[in-house]
Design a protein around this ligand. Structure first.
Ligand SMILES: [Zn+2]
Ligand SMILES: [Zn+2]
Length: 437
């Protein structure tokens, strides 16, 4: 079948399943779950994989699930990913009342479009003409949150990294995959659009514990050591460092106090903070992190507490593969028109796709169709076609381009990328964190 005809057949298969794909996305939207706790979502995806006839369905990193669609030959494997987790946003209209979880980052749409892509490629018979396999991969815990909870999972030996794709990388679940792609939501875009080849910041994760001394807050405060005062001063010292952060490094430090004390009538003796130290290069992350740690230690010294600073592997800056981005952009231009495609705009925030982009060629374009600020109560889907259907088509079309004709595009992209091993990945993070100790 000619390329154009093949692409039309795949899009027609996706269109024929339009309502089903949207329904999958809406079903997940109504049942949001937090990272590493996405059990129901993971079971649902696993069931859909089984229904679609995916092979070798397996679980990874607690709730991650992957399955294979075989091509005509098995020269190369392309992952098509969607993220399972929601964010904590209790005021969102579809928040889970117990956990406060809400799909206020659009990850439900990623899963639906990943399934839509799989439907398009399987139902159309396209895989019989493609020289590679597709690994559909629902990944857990992209949002780097609930640090204390995840540290407990680490202590229990269930994970060794806080982020989902990090854990998947470390556990070897990406070892047999050569390239990967997924689509993220873009909210409040000025017009319907696709943005390719954007950057995202990296960060170091941080958990801090100030340990003071309890005393009666009214009767004998002079006998106490106030850990909350140390934390407050630490935040002020961090703020005083902001003028030293260069605009070009896009440094963002945003600590929160996750525990401010135990009892209002007792001098706080156990106060905990979490923070990210973000920047767009590893060097800038390290520079800012050193200043932040100095601020924390200085505040602790001033008040006389002790302090424990736990620096953890956050996410690496995102570097998207240009050749894959350009194939994706061509498909987007054909589907939506040239004016709807933009390149190089920064992706707001950070993503564990950054870590994957260190070890293999990866893209994470964004597609609009959402409104309201991300991670806020206002976030919602404005245009279901753009949110669910367009990304499914664009990923399927790009998969066809990559895997056609002996997978020549995919093979060339793979062979031109300096693939990193799991050991190199772990060593990089060890080096980054060692620097701040
Ligand atoms: Zn998010
Ligand atoms: Zn997200």
């Amino acid at each position: 079948m000619a390329l154009d005809e093949l692409k039309k057949t795949v899009c027609a298969a996706i269109d024929a399943n339009r309502e089903k794909i949207i329904q999958i996305g809406e079903e997940i939207y109504k049942h949001p779950e937090l990272g590493y706790q996405e059990h129901k979502t993971s079971d649902f995806i696993s069931l859909l994989f089984t229904e679609l006839g995916l092979k070798n369905i397996s679980r990874h990193a607690i709730t991650g699930v992957r399955g294979l669609i075989s091509g005509r030959s098995h020269e190369i494997c392309l992952a098509v990913m969607g993220e399972l987790d929601a964010v904590i946003c209790p005021s969102h209209p579809f928040a889970d009342p117990a956990s406060g979880a809400a799909h206020a980052c659009g990850h439900n749409a990623q899963l639906a479009s990943m399934i839509g892509c799989a439907i398009g490629l399987t139902e159309s018979g396209a895989m019989e003409q493609l020289d590679g396999d597709i690994c559909c991969f629902a990944t857990p815990a992209e949002e780097y949150v609930q640090i204390e909870y995840r540290k407990q999972l680490m202590d229990q030996g269930k994970i060794s990294y806080l982020g989902g794709k990090q854990q998947l990388i470390a556990s070897g679940a990406f070892d047999d995959i050569d390239l990967a792609m997924m689509v993220h939501s873009e909210t409040n875009a000025p017009a319907p659009r696709v943005v390719v080849n954007g950057s995202a910041m990296g960060f170091i994760g941080k958990a801090v514990r100030f340990i003071g001394k309890e005393a009666h807050a009214g009767g004998a405060p002079h006998e106490g050591i106030n850990a909350l005062n140390a934390a407050s001063i630490a935040i002020m010292c961090i703020n005083a460092q902001r003028e030293t952060f260069r605009d070009k490094d896009s440094v963002r430090v945003h600590p929160i106090i996750t525990k401010g004390g135990d009892l209002v009538n007792t001098v706080p003796a156990d106060v905990r903070m979490e923070s990210y130290v973000r920047a767009n290069t590893i060097e800038a992350m390290q520079d800012a992190n050193e200043k932040v740690n100095r601020a924390i230690r200085g505040a602790s010294y001033a008040i006389g507490t002790t302090v424990e600073i736990d620096d953890m592997a956050g996410y690496l800056p995102l570097h998207q593969n240009e050749a894959m981005s350009s194939l994706f952009a061509q498909n987007a231009a054909e589907l939506l028109g040239n004016e709807a495609v933009q390149s190089g705009l920064p992706f707001p925030g950070s993503t564990d796709v950054g870590d994957l982009s260190y070890i293999m060629p990866v893209i994470q374009p964004t597609v609009s169709g959402f409104c309201g600020a991300a991670h806020s109560r206002d976030f919602c889907i404005k245009d279901r076609e753009l949110a669910y259907i367009v990304p499914a088509k664009l990923m399927a079309l790009t998969a066809i381009d990559l895997l056609r004709d002996g997978a020549r595009h995919a093979v060339s992209i793979r062979d031109n990328f300096p693939r990193k091993s799991v050991e190199q990945y772990k060593a990089l993070w060890n080096d980054i964190l060692e620097n701040g100790r």
